[in-house]
Design a protein around this ligand. Structure first.
Ligand code: COA
Length: 334
């Protein structure tokens, strides 16, 4: 099939923890208000994994992929590669991917994690598409899974980030297809480490950028300059849409769905306004889940597919930005 290989998404699923972290609950934990959070972010509630009882990223990832395999109607043994986008691995090693492969009973296939923070899933499906088109792999499982709430300070010190994030996982099964027009038709991966200081999780004093003051309470917790990240996201989101459309030689109205990382509804609104994207082409589900990091895009995708909104022949643009700083796009022909 070399050079003539298409890629099809044959199954999608999500898995969310049962635990809920509503705005009302946050009002009890810190100085904030439901009204402030909804107005600034569009978020009403989020899910929170029960880490103390072992509900880690690998557990969410395994359940998401288990459901995706059922929907794809294939056995885990048919996967020949497993890629997991995550920045909240259960422990430094083994990778989440190795744990998922073990739990699902995969063959001794390649399995690895990819960390590009909230852009992780977007990077990973772009890589998976290329791996299938190379002819080396036929069926690849791709997961986005994070339990970011384990790195949040739920006190007034951490309230800027605490209101945004939730836990969750989404999974897709990609398979080689005889129709070479299917799969990724354009993509962009960007990173700028100079912006790392705006969104980071320090493990020790050395991890603090020169301009940030060391504070022991900040160790292992998300540190975010909300305004800087907001400006970066609005600018890069618009830039990357424009450059991807140009590369593909199409206009924004030829894209049927924009499947976007859910970080703040105001960031999504800015992109919709700039390109005249109608509401029905850009699903916003942030009110239910908050920002689930690498889980965010596959969760939106699964919701759209479950509702029958994405149809064969349509064009779908995945878009993400996140810590690193990272950002990018992946335009697909379904
Ligand atoms: N509840 C109530 N008040 C809060 C608050 C909270 N949770 N967090 C901050 N505030 C206060 C601030 O202290 C500040 O008060 P002051 O004016 O008295 O100093 C005021 O609200 C405005 O703060 P600011 O940081 O300017 O708010 P904002 O409009 O930028 O909104 C974010 C804050 C975090 C919602 C917004 O910056 C954002 O979403 N940024 C992008 C973050 C992101 O997407 N990160 C993930 C990337 S993948």
């Amino acid at each position: 099939m070399g050079g003539q290989i298409g890629v099809e998404i044959i199954g999608t699923a999500m898995h969310l923890p049962e635990g809920k972290l509503t705005n009302q609950k946050l009002e009890e934990l810190m100085t904030t208000s439901d009204e402030w959070i909804v107005k600034r972010t569009g978020i009403n509630t989020r899910r929170q994994a029960d880490i103390a009882n072992g509900e880690t990223a690998s557990v969410l990832a395994t359940e998401a992929m288990r459901k995706a395999l059922v929907k794809a109607n294939i056995d885990a043994k048919e996967l020949d590669l497993l890629l997991v986008a995550t920045m909240t691995c259960d422990s430094p090693t083994p990778s989440v991917a190795c744990v998922v492969a073990r739990e699902l009973g995969c063959n001794d296939i390649g399995a690895m994690d990819i960390n590009a923070a909230c852009s992780g899933f977007l990077y990973t499906i772009s890589i998976a598409d290329a791996m299938i088109k190379s002819g080396s792999y036929k069926t690849i499982g791709v997961i986005g899974a994070d339990t970011i709430t384990r790195h949040i300070d739920y006190s007034d010190y951490g309230r800027g980030a605490a209101i945004l994030f939730g836990d969750g996982a989404g999974a897709v099964v990609l398979q080689a297809n005889e129709d070479p027009s299917k799969g990724m038709i354009a993509h962009k991966m960007h990173a700028d480490g100079n912006g790392a200081k705006h969104l980071f999780i320090p493990s020790c004093q050395l991890d603090f950028p020169p301009e940030a003051e060391f504070d022991e309470r900040k160790l292992d917790k998300v540190q975010m300059n909300g305004q800087a990240v907001f400006k970066f996201a609005v600018t890069k989101f618009q830039e990357v849409i424009a450059e991807t459309l140009e590369d593909a030689g199409i206009s924004a109205d030829e894209v049927d769905h924009f499947v976007c990382h859910q970080a703040n509804s105001r960031i999504l609104d800015s992109a919709r306004d700039r390109f005249g994207i109608p509401e029905e082409k850009l699903l916003v589900n942030i009110h239910k889940y908050g920002n689930t990091v690498a889980g965010s895009i596959p969760i939106v995708l699964d919701e759209l597919i479950e509702d029958g909104k994405i149809k064969p022949g349509q064009k779908v643009m995945f878009l993400a930005f996140g810590a690193g700083l990272t950002w990018g796009s992946s335009l697909w022909q379904f």
